[in-house]
Design a protein around this ligand. Structure first.
Ligand SMILES: NC(=O)c1ccc[n+]([C@@H]2O[C@H](COP(=O)([O-])OP(=O)(O)OC[C@H]3O[C@@H](n4cnc5c(N)ncnc54)[C@H](O)[C@@H]3O)[C@@H](O)[C@H]2O)c1
Length: 361
C-alpha cells in the first residue's frame, strides 16, 4: 500500500509522538511547519522530511494528502480551517478550539471541505478502552448508572507560565487539557447520551507564584517565571446525562494526594458488571454477580504486543485516520464530537464561576 503523505503543523512535544506513530502506521512525513523554524527543521530531519517555511507552503506541497495540527489551542481554528480549505484530510489535536464559536466555524469549514476531519482524541484508541467498548457492546456490563473518570497528577503542570497556563491561549487549565479526554472517553463508552447539566468546582493553587513551583515532571519545558498562570490546576465536575447516567470527572495537574490514594482511570458501574481500567494500562478489571457471588476478574489487553498501551493507542489512532483518508472508514472521533465536548467544557467553566449547576447549551 502506498504511504499517505503527511504534513505536521506545530512541531513541539506532541508532534514528535504524532510523527513516530504516523511513520509506524502507513504514513510518510513529507513536510512540517512550526512558527519556530528550528523545531520544524529538527522534526523534519529526524524523519527525512522537508521543513516548510509557512502554513501556505506546507499546504501547497503536492505530496501532502493529510495534515496533523498540533499547535497551541489558540491557533487550532486558524490552522484547521486553512487545512480544510485546501481539501486535505485533517487530524486535529484536542481540544477542538478555544471557544464554542470557533468550533462552530471549524465544523462549517469541515462541511465545505472534501477533506475529512478526525479529532485527536487518542484515549478512545487505547487497547484497554477498546476492550471495554467490546464489553459494553456485548451487553455484559448492562445499563450504566455511574462513570467515575479520574486523572490526577500530584505535580505535573504543563509548560508552567507558557501557553498551557494562559487562559487566552489554552481556553483553561487541566479540565480542557486532560478532562476533555476523560469526558470524551466516558461519553464514547456510554454511547454519547446528551449531557444536560453540569456542576463543577475548580481550584488554582499550585501554579502561582510560578517561582515557588517545584516538579521533576514538566511537559512543555521548564517554568517561565515571568509567564502567566491564570487557569485552574484542579477540577471536579458532575455531568448529568439524558437517560440517567451521571459522570464524575476528577482531574488535576497538581494536587496533594497521598501516593496511591486516588486511582486514575475510568470506573463504569453497570447493572450487570463493574469495570475499571487505566486508559493506557495493560489490563481491565471487572466484577460481576454470578449466582450471588461477586466474581472479580482481570483481563490482559496487551497480549502479543511488544509496545506499551500508549504507543498502541497512537498507532491505532493513525491506522484509523489512514482508513479515513483512503475512504474506507469514518473518523474515530468526529468534528461534532469535538464541538459537543467544547459545549460541555464551557458549561463546566460557567458552573465553576457561578457556583451552581448549569445547563449545557
Ligand atoms: N493527545 C494528547 O495526549 C496531547 C498531549 C499533549 C498535547 N496535546 C495537544 O497538542 C497541541 C500541542 O501541544 P504540545 O504539548 O505539543 O505543545 P508545545 O508547546 O510543545 O508545541 C506547540 C508547537 O507549536 C508551535 N506554534 C505555536 N504557535 C504556532 C502557530 N501559530 N503556528 C505554528 N506553530 C505554532 C510552537 O512553536 C511549538 O513548537 C495542543 O492542542 C495540546 O492540547 C495533546
Amino acid at each position: 500500500m502506498t504511504a499517505i503523505g503527511l504534513g505536521i503543523v506545530g512541531c513541539g512535544g506532541i508532534a514528535n509522538v504524532h510523527a513516530d506513530a504516523a511513520m509506524r502506521s502507513g504514513f510518510q512525513l513529507v513536510t512540517c511547519w512550526d512558527s519556530q523554524a528550528e523545531r520544524a527543521h529538527a522534526l523534519a530531519s529526524k524523519h527525512g522530511a522537508a521543513a516548510s517555511s509557512s502554513l501556505e507552503s506546507l499546504l501547497r506541497h503536492p505530496r501532502v494528502d493529510a495534515v496533523t495540527v498540533a499547535v497551541p489551542t489558540d491557533a487550532h481554528a486558524y490552522c484547521a480551517e486553512a487545512v480544510l480549505a485546501s481539501n486535505r484530510h485533517l487530524l486535529l489535536e484536542k481540544p477542538m478550539a478555544l471557544t464554542v464559536a470557533e468550533c462552530d466555524s471549524i465544523c462549517a469549514a469541515a462541511g465545505r471541505s472534501k477533506g475529512r476531519l478526525q479529532m485527536g482524541l487518542v484515549c478512545r484508541s487505547s487497547p484497554a478502552a477498546q476492550h471495554v467498548m467490546g464489553l459494553v457492546r456485548s451487553g455484559s456490563v448492562g445499563p450504566i448508572d455511574f462513570i467515575q473518570a479520574r486523572c490526577t497528577r500530584r505535580r505535573g503542570i504543563p509548560g508552567l507560565g507558557g501557553w498551557f497556563t494562559t487562559r487566552s491561549r489554552s481556553g483553561g487549565g487541566c479540565m480542557i487539557d486532560v478532562g476533555v479526554h476523560l469526558i470524551d472517553l466516558a461519553l464514547h463508552l456510554a454511547g454519547w447520551p446528551r449531557v444536560l447539566r453540569v456542576s463543577a468546582c475548580t481550584a488554582s493553587r499550585f501554579g502561582s507564584p510560578i517561582e515557588a513551583y517545584r516538579s521533576p515532571e514538566m511537559w512543555g519545558g521548564p517554568p517561565k517565571v515571568d509567564g502567566t498562570f491564570d487557569v485552574e490546576d484542579s477540577a471536579i465536575a458532575l455531568l448529568r446525562c439524558d437517560g440517567g447516567l451521571s459522570i464524575e470527572v476528577d482531574v488535576a495537574w497538581a494536587a496533594n494526594i497521598p501516593s496511591g490514594a486516588a486511582r486514575d482511570g475510568l470506573l463504569l458501574r453497570g447493572a450487570k458488571a463493574g469495570v475499571h481500567f487505566e486508559i493506557f494500562g495493560a489490563e481491565v478489571r471487572t466484577v460481576a454477580d454470578r449466582d450471588g457471588e461477586l466474581l472479580d476478574e482481570r483481563s490482559p489487553v496487551l497480549l502479543g504486543q511488544s509496545m506499551s498501551g500508549w504507543d498502541a493507542a497512537w498507532d491505532a489512532q493513525y491506522r484509523r485516520f489512514g482508513d479515513v483518508v483512503r475512504g474506507v472508514s469514518e473518523p474515530a472521533a468526529t468534528a461534532a464530537d469535538g464541538l459537543e465536548l467544547q459545549r460541555i467544557i464551557a458549561a463546566i467553566y460557567e458552573s465553576a464561576a457561578l457556583g451552581r449547576e448549569t445547563e449545557v447549551r
